[in-house]
Ligand binder design. Structure first.
Ligand code: A2P
Length: 265
């Protein structure tokens, strides 16, 4: 009888967890080492995962939440108690390994938009992840006069990851000066009392968001948009943006807005 082959010491495409932060009982963020050869455009996603019971890895798409210049990679995730991946992933600790396939892709990239003056990032829930990358990307501020990040969540605590990130930017030694007062942040909640309540879709339809921000409504001449949230949000926002005269773009054919579905567990 032959002995079973020894298990490899490291997983293929393994990266090491460097930091984990739990934001609520449903949300956490973590940082991992970055493969030296990995180049990506801020806003793109990769497949990450863990080994499964049968030796086959369980992989899911995750937007990279850190900017392209960061020496580590950051991710922002939901915790689903019976989710095949996140039921396990939520327990990772610094020093643990995850699998990361170094093939970044995605449509929420500057290349997919025509030049404009104002850039909107519309996020719900964990859909803020690609924008966590893009609001730390110098090109965002080189290319636009104004950047508006909207984030709609059910509860106030679910806004905290984005709120702290936006808050930290003004003191960021690398891009704080570029951000200056170009970035506007518009958080809303739908199921818990907060300073601003309502779905961003309703606030756009009523025009309330423009009044609140003291700005002119969206036009195809000046405005560009990126959308990342649930299927429902994406469908509704597409209709709203098309109503303002914006057209959906892609890497191969840049236009006025782009959409991507947020990772949902
Ligand atoms: P609501 O509480 O009114 O459903 P979820 O946790 O279900 O992914 O939702 C995250 C946030 O996105 C919630 O505040 C939710 O509002 C909002 N949302 C869900 N669907 C839409 C939609 N079609 N348009 C706008 N906001 C939406």
């Amino acid at each position: 009888m032959t002995e079973p082959a020894p298990r490899p010491a490291t997983l293929p495409d393994a990266q090491t967890v460097t930091q984990v932060r739990h934001w609520t009982d449903r949300l956490f963020s973590f940082r991992v080492t970055r493969p030296q050869s990995l180049r990506f455009r801020s806003g793109e996603f990769v497949m990450i995962g863990l080994p499964g019971e049968n030796g086959r890895p369980i992989m899911r798409a995750y937007s990279i939440a850190s900017p392209s210049w960061d020496e580590e990679l950051e991710f922002y995730s939901i915790k689903v108690q019976d989710g095949p991946l996140t039921s396990k992933l939520q327990h990772i600790q610094p020093g643990d390994q995850i699998i990361l396939r170094p093939k970044p892709v995605g449509t929420l990239v500057h290349d997919a938009l025509l030049p404009g003056k104002r850039l909107w990032f519309f996020a719900t829930g964990t859909g803020i992840a690609p924008f966590a990358s893009l609001i730390r990307e110098p090109q965002t501020y080189e290319d636009y006069d104004q950047v508006i990040l909207t984030h709609t969540c059910r509860q106030v605590a679910e806004l905290e990851y984005g709120r702290q990130l936006v808050e930290s930017l003004k003191d960021d030694p690398l891009i704080g000066e570029m951000v200056g007062d170009k970035l506007r942040y518009y958080p809303t909640t739908t199921r818990e009392q907060s300073a601003k309540m309502g779905r961003v879709t309703d606030l756009l339809r009523s025009g309330e968001i423009f009044t609140d921000l003291g700005i002119a409504p969206i036009t195809p001449e000046t405005d560009r948009a990126m959308v990342c949230g649930s299927l429902g949000l994406n469908t509704d926002l597409k209709e709203i943006l098309e109503g303002f005269g914006l057209r959906e773009g892609a890497n191969s054919e840049p236009k006025e807005y782009v959409v991507e579905k947020a990772f949902v567990g």
